[in-house]
Design a protein around this ligand. Structure first.
Ligand SMILES: *Cc1c(COP(=O)(O)O)cnc(C)c1O
Length: 499
């Protein structure tokens, strides 16, 4: 039967060709999405670990005992790093989003047990990761977003002012993704504890690096993990600064009784008894095994050394950006990420628009991430920014990266931010009326026509310059922008005949 497997070499050659067209996932040229330790041996180890568990089903650790051991040891490693005591238990999930979803799901079940009627509320700064918007939408909570300052920092008192009997969960970030602000965990936690309200700390990005971080003056950070008594759960992604392949995160919860609400179990069907600690049923053990192998090989000292490399690079890049006329780093970032905005203190013709900058830096071989400006209801306007995530590999490209940041700024200094409204007015045929369209009433074909009118999606290739795209997102009403993005992603994977 082996002849059934046709041309494996050709299949893999096609896969290689497709991969070759992707942005480089190694080498420090993409400053978001990928977290490169810079250690080839670590990637080899992770690959071998995935291979070793390739056929295993993570669904059932009672059948595949290896999965239970790997998960218990991995959760134990992260618990120790985040100062959890023996009351803290946890699960490995497939990623930050799943960890965040489960933190919210748990809190909803706990709240419902005490409040049979009503709709629970989720309170968080507006900078909280979008995964919590998703969680509120999936699990039926009212999302109550607290405006942050224009520096991306939230005031503890503004969060505390929102506490009430209907609040099922407060979420803070360590740090938040858009601006890298470390939220005021201590002050909010004591208020939450006094009200009996659980507090989740989303350390998806910071969880494996902040334990080794200091503030700008070299002093320890304020406590943000399980050392803070009111913190009831923490999420930390292994596929970010745990350097694991995608598909691994940890959700830690304080208290077994609390954590059991995370699970789903049923014996009420004619098949096998179902007990799922996380959202998936059958699941790969690959990312779990890879993440476990990495923690075994690196140990705490290895993670500390890699975090220190990130800290050195972050400081150097911050200095470099501070030295570029027309740009400024937003707020007081804590951790290996930076948000960069136009410096409003210099005259307009000396300012550098962060989105044109990102496009120009891309032409110099480094991919940065554009973040749209956001109007917070009842709060300050948040500036358009460009995001950089710094990883250990960054240290090996600091000189060319810094040169690209400088050259990119020089190329676009004085060019104003794209005027989204003016852009819309020029676009055929629906552009001028786009903002008035009802997103709910838009069918797939009209949405697609609109996108094509914007010059997006003709040949399924996204345009090189992203500044105009983000300007459209900033300008269109959010429901319409969201509907168009759904259309774009849906069309990207329209079924095609296999080649
Ligand atoms: C990345 C991230 C998430 C979501 O994680 P995914 O792994 O992308 O699903 C949640 N919170 C923060 C702060 C993050 O940085």
């Amino acid at each position: 039967m082996s002849e059934l497997v046709r041309d494996a070499a050709g299949v893999l050659a096609r896969l290689d060709a497709l991969r070759a067209a992707d942005p480089p996932t190694h080498g420090g040229h993409v400053l978001s999405y990928v977290y490169d330790s810079g250690l080839a041996a670590l990637d080899e180890l992770a690959a071998a670990a995935i291979r070793a568990v390739q056929p295993v089903n993570g669904l059932d650790p009672t059948t595949f005992g290896s999965v239970a051991v790997l998960e218990a040891e991995l959760v134990g490693f992260v618990r120790e790093l985040l100062h959890g005591d023996e009351e803290v238990v946890g699960s490995v999930t497939t990623g930050g989003t799943e960890s965040c979803l489960l933190a919210v799901k748990t809190a909803r079940e706990v709240w419902r047990a005490a409040h049979p009627h009503g709709v629970p509320r989720l309170v968080a700064p507006s900078t909280v990761h979008a995964a919590f918007q998703k969680a509120a939408a999936y699990f039926g909570l009212d999302l109550d977003l607290v405006p942050v300052g224009s520096d991306g920092a939230v005031a503890a008192a503004d969060v505390v002012a929102r506490l009430g009997d209907d609040v099922a969960l407060v979420v803070l970030s360590a740090p938040n993704y858009p601006f890298a602000a470390l939220d005021p965990v201590g002050a909010v936690a004591s208020a939450c504890a006094a009200h009996g309200i659980p507090l989740h700390v989303d350390a998806c990005i910071g969880g494996l690096v902040l334990p080794f971080w200091t503030d700008a003056a070299g002093a320890p950070l304020p406590d943000w993990d399980f050392r803070v008594p009111g913190v009831t759960s923490v999420s930390a992604d292994l596929h970010k600064f745990g350097y694991a392949p995608k598909g691994a995160s940890v959700l830690l919860q304080r208290g077994r009784d609390r954590q059991r609400h995370q699970f789903f179990a049923t014996t009420r069907w004619p098949g096998y008894p179902v007990v799922n600690p996380t959202i998936l049923g059958s699941k790969s053990a690959g990312p779990l095994a890879a993440a476990w192998a990495i923690t075994q090989a690196l140990g705490v000292d290895g993670f500390a050394a890699l975090a220190t490399s990130c800290a050195r690079s972050t400081a150097r890049l911050r200095e470099a950006i501070d030295g570029i006329e027309g740009l400024r780093v937003v707020g007081e970032p804590v951790g290996p990420l930076l948000a960069v905005a136009a410096d409003e203190r210099v005259p307009a013709d000396r300012r550098v628009d962060p989105h044109h900058w990102a496009d120009a830096v891309r032409a110099h071989g480094f991919v940065l991430q554009l973040q749209p400006a956001l109007a917070q209801p009842g709060g300050a306007a948040l500036p358009a920014t460009t995001h950089l995530t710094i990883t250990p590999v960054t240290e090996s490209v600091l000189a060319p990266l810094t040169a690209a940041l400088v050259a990119g700024a020089d190329a676009v200094r004085g060019t104003p931010h794209v005027d989204g409204a003016a852009l819309l007015a020029q676009l055929p045929p629906l552009g001028p009326v786009a903002a008035a369209l009802d997103a709910d009433a838009l069918d797939a074909d009209t949405a697609w026509a609109l996108l094509q009118g914007f010059g997006i999606g003709g040949g399924a290739e996204l345009p090189d310059a992203q500044a105009p795209l983000v300007a459209l997102i900033e300008t269109l009403p959010a429901p319409l922008a969201e509907r168009l993005l759904v259309e774009l992603l849906g069309r990207l994977v329209e079924p095609r005949p296999a080649r």
